[in-house]
Design a protein around this ligand. Structure first.
Ligand SMILES: Cc1cc2nc3c(=O)[nH]c(=O)nc-3n(C[C@H](O)[C@H](O)[C@H](O)COP(=O)(O)OP(=O)(O)OC[C@H]3O[C@@H](n4cnc5c(N)ncnc54)[C@H](O)[C@@H]3O)c2cc1C
Length: 351
């Protein structure tokens, strides 16, 4: 039997790939959330804008799990790995939002409905944070007609991406749309109808740590997603995995990463030859404009910009020793994106 702790995107993609690859073991998923595995990206975009319901984002219908012999136990929290009686254990516990007193957070299906309800009754809001949650919530609330003051501690939004041409274009866009964007700020104005914090997440590593697994920024796994204990795996937001492309461990809190981890481990557990072997990607959308990030900007020593992030299309390449190791992009077609990933793959290998 394969026992899963956590029923988010990573778990749902794993069981899908496992069954598709012929895996026949019994599967049980225990998940704290009362709702089945769902996609979180729409929660800060279409759901908050009122254009979709959270249940539109279920990864699979509830019937699908039953039809595929998967025992999905929702609303059940595992407090020790000893309680998971399975030969193979997958930890897919994700992450939880950092909390700030007086502010609400957005992570789950229910928190999205709660935030939307509050937004419907609000004229003004303060959003704290300049990462993807802070920026997307700001954009969606503004789209709804709420007057938003956004408080960003760094001097630019999406600061960890180290992509000033993108950040500066977003500052202009947000201000054009009427956002009171306060950069390098920490004072939170009082009196708003709604205060939302998007100040990062904490990976849910406790079960792994209590079981004696190696834990650093997340539960440490190799490129096959196996932890320091044979037969116990970790995937998704909670895993600090080995990325052979950059020859170092990384932890990523993004949709494509969790989906890829799940799909790849599903194949491995079904007996196929696979390992982490991809160029990591991330996307975010504000006011209908999507940008993406490929690869790892860590340690770059130069950048090269093609186009303008204020226009429809742009690519910012990150170089190390003259080799392209990462990129931030907007408005590229599939062929251009694929060529860029090839460039990054070759560049990172050459460093
Ligand atoms: C609002 C929002 C918008 C986002 N937008 C984007 C985006 O635009 N682009 C992007 O790349 N990424 C985005 N993300 C990030 C992306 O959704 C996450 O990286 C992804 O959901 C992580 O999947 P996961 O399966 O690893 O973890 P999770 O989705 O967090 O799932 C973990 C599950 O484990 C359960 N669990 C935890 N502990 C236990 C326990 N002890 N026992 C039982 N169950 C437990 C939790 O209840 C949860 O259901 C967004 C996230 C949010 C919240």
């Amino acid at each position: 039997m394969i026992g899963f702790v956590g029923g988010g995107l990573a778990a749902a993609k794993l069981v899908e790939a496992y069954r598709e690859s012929g895996g026949a073991d019994e599967i049980t998923i225990w998940s704290q959330d009362p709702h089945g595995p769902y996609h979180r990206p729409p929660l800060s975009k279409k759901v908050l804008r009122g254009e979709a319901q959270p249940e539109d984002g279920l990864v699979h219908s509830y019937d699908w799990y039953a039809e595929n012999g998967i025992d999905l136990r929702l609303g059940e929290t595992i407090s020790s790995l000893d309680d998971v009686k399975a030969e193979t254990i997958v930890i897919a516990t994700g992450a939880r939002p950092r909390e700030l007193e007086g502010a609400i957070w957005l992570r789950t299906f229910d928190s999205a409905l709660g935030l939307r309800k509050r937004a419907e009754a609000s004229r003004t809001a303060v959003v704290i944070g300049g990462g993807f949650i802070g920026c997307e919530v700001t954009a969606s609330l503004t789209h709804r007609g709420v007057e938003v003051t956004q408080i960003v501690r760094d001097t630019m939004v999406f600061a960890p991406l180290q992509a000033p041409p993108l950040s500066e274009a977003l500052h202009e866009l947000f201000r054009e749309k009427g956002v009171d964007l306060r950069l390098g700020a920490s004072d939170v104005p009082a009196g708003a109808d709604l205060t939302v914090a998007g100040i990062g997440v904490v990976p849910n590593v406790e079960l792994g740590a209590d079981a004696g697994l190696e834990v650093r920024s997340g539960i440490v796994v190799d490129e096959y997603f196996e932890t320091s204990k044979p037969g116990v795996y970790a995937i998704g937001d909670v895993a600090e995995f080995y990325d052979p492309l950059y020859r170092r461990h990384r932890r990523i809190e993004h949709w494509s990463n969790s989906a890829y981890h799940g799909t790849t481990l599903g194949k491995i557990l079904a007996g196929e030859e696979a390992r982490y072997d991809t160029v990591s990607t991330f996307f975010s959308e504000q006011f209908g404009q999507v940008f993406k990030a490929f690869g790892d900007t860590h340690g770059h020593d130069d950048t090269a910009l093609d186009g303008d992030f204020r226009s429809e299309a742009a690519v910012l390449r990150f170089l190390r020793g003259g080799n392209v190791v990462a990129a931030v992009l907007k408005g590229q077609d599939e062929a251009a994106e694929s060529a860029l990933k090839d460039e990054i793959r070759a560049g990172a290998a050459a460093v």
